[in-house]
Design a binder for this molecule. Structure first.
Ligand code: GAL
Length: 537
């Protein structure tokens, strides 16, 4: 509506304005532009209040404080940093095998040859100031010491994904500022390979070459060049396969070609593999008759192969929590495992589907640890496609703003991998406010690597508490009801004592001191996300 009442720029250019009228015109223009902007934000952002403070012009380094790498393997890390550009980066304690580009903040090279902890101090400077942040590189067997963060194309592009979509997403991850908060992986989901039997010339053909190497379909002319492009931004590239003969969207899977595929993925330069059960179910006894070995065999095979490769490849299991995957994911070399079915098709109950998935995922808290993460699936907000009908165009989420704050808060408390899967070409300010709050992300990326424990769960409330490396406690009080609700939690439920300083994490503001309990009023389907730290005497 606002577009019709606001003159376009070309119309304005044609109007001749007498000098005496400029002040009134300027006033009108200011009004028109402000209302247009506000309407545009409201219209594109489900009208929610933006709680995340805008990052200041001073440099601020975000992201994890601990980072795992394997001996001698290629290393790539773009220092996530907000603040006015240009920035100048430097680092003290950086192992000699690594170099930092002072302008881009990208660290590259080979991980040290000797296992151990390498404490580094990262530094960023601009005209407004200087900031430092500790960053410990831990060389050893484990990678993904904090939950991986990035974007996956599935819920926007489905079986239409292309090389251009992935390159654009990498560009958008940097241009939108997401990379400055630690989003790093740009991951292709299903549908990059050949689709056996397809008569679409872009998708059909021989799935493998004469040597048995997997071929991408015509929408991906050069996988190696694509990964290199993503790397050139300091970001990492991910892809997808299935241990079955076909993927879930019926593209070629890795069955009986696991070794060749693992080598190919590494040779192309990919850093992340999502390995989706799909048609593997036809190769094992029917459900109810399967052993744990039936479930873990294909993952053991691929997990071992990935470790043999010349680069670090994060291994993400996707088999929907079958066979209690959380209890054996570690033993097959996984870094994360989906704990439930697809969030995008999870039916709504009295609450949107992400709550059901979140409640299920929360039960496995004891299995999460650095390098080992329960994965409750992607963050489906912003402009998002219809998982029941891929042909429908992506549209703005129908989750309320409070539900979106709850979604992100629940995911970070559960130390979940943080993968946005909405449209990267239509990122609106409200969606970015949900995705890019450095203190919210710090909860997820905390070096202790603990998943929140469930403190309370009933029909009307859900309370999660996550111990943090600095001794503080991140706490989420979720109101599951349709009315505003007074909620509280006692120190003895949390193992706390004395006076605690309470910080409102979304607003990044201390809100006072509490003794004995924390009590607040929470919006319908909303959350109070706070961090409690012992008040110093
Ligand atoms: C599902 C998986 C989704 C997506 C899809 C692709 O099995 O859970 O996340 O990868 O397959 O076909």
């Amino acid at each position: 509506m606002y577009q019709r009442s606001t003159p376009s720029l070309s119309t304005l250019r044609k109007i001749r304005i007498p000098a005496t009228q400029w002040r009134a015109v300027a006033k009108f223009l200011r009004f028109a532009l402000t209302t247009t902007f506000l309407h545009a934000v409201a219209a594109s952002a489900s009208g929610g209040p933006i709680l995340t403070p805008k990052p200041g012009p001073q440099p601020k380094i975000n992201g994890p404080t601990v980072y795992g790498a394997r001996r001698g393997k290629p290393f790539l890390y773009r220092i996530p940093c907000t603040g006015q550009r240009p920035l100048q980066f430097s680092a003290t304690g950086l192992p000699a095998s690594l170099t930092l580009n002072n302008e881009t903040g990208i660290i590259e090279g080979l991980a040290p040859q000797v296992d151990g902890s390498y404490p580094v101090i990262l530094k960023a400077t601009n005209r407004k100031g200087t900031v430092t942040r500790k960053f410990i590189i831990v060389v050893g067997d484990r990678i993904a010491l904090t939950p991986p963060m990035g974007w996956n194309d599935w819920y926007t592009h489905y079986d239409r994904v292309t090389d251009a979509v992935m390159r654009d997403a990498a560009n958008a991850m940097v241009a939108s500022g997401m990379a400055d908060f630690g989003y790093q992986y740009v991951n292709i989901d299903d549908a990059w390979m050949v689709k056996p039997g397809s008569d679409d010339p872009m998708l059909g053909g021989a799935p493998r070459d004469a040597d048995g190497a997997i071929r991408p379909n015509r929408r991906f002319p050069d996988m190696k060049a694509l990964a290199a492009y993503i790397h050139s931004k300091g970001l990492k590239a991910g892809l997808y396969s299935s241990p079955g003969p076909l993927t879930c969207a019926e593209f070629a899977g890795s069955y009986q070609h696991e070794k060749a595929d693992a080598q190919k993925f590494a040779d192309w330069g990919f850093d992340f593999l999502k390995y989706d059960w799909c048609s593997y179910g036809s190769l094992v006894p029917p459900k109810g008759h399967r052993t744990t070995e039936d479930y873990n065999k294909p993952y053991t095979l691929m997990g071992n192969l990935l470790k043999e490769q010349s680069r670090d490849i994060v291994f993400n299991l996707c088999q929907y929590g079958q066979g209690d995957v959380w209890s054996w994911g570690d033993s097959v070399g996984a870094n994360s495992w989906r704990t439930t079915g697809d969030l995008g098709i999870e039916p709504r109950t009295s609450l949107p589907g992400f709550y059901t998935v979140g409640f299920a995922n929360a039960r496995h808290a004891d299995f999460a640890a650095p390098g080992l993460w329960n994965d409750p699936d992607y963050i489906l907000i912003g402009n998002i496609g219809n998982a029941h009908d891929f042909v429908q165009p992506a549209k703005l989420t129908d989750l309320t703003p409070d539900e979106q704050y709850s979604y992100m808060s629940m995911w970070v408390l559960m130390a979940s991998p943080l993968f946005f899967s909405g449209d990267m070409s239509k990122l609106d300010p409200f969606t970015l406010n949900i995705l890019c709050n450095s203190e919210v992300i710090d909860i997820d990326q905390d070096a202790l690597g603990r998943q929140a424990q469930v403190i309370a769960k009933n029909d009307s409330e859900f309370i999660l508490a996550k111990p943090m490396a600095d001794g503080s406690l991140a706490l989420g009080l979720f109101n599951l009801g349709r009315e505003e609700k007074k909620m509280s939690v006692e120190w003895n439920q949390l193992g706390l004592a004395g006076t605690q300083t309470v910080r409102d994490v979304w607003r990044q503001k201390n809100i006072g001191h509490s003794e004995g309990q924390y009590a607040t009023t929470v919006n319908p389907h909303g959350v109070a996300l706070v961090r409690l730290s012992e008040t110093s005497k």
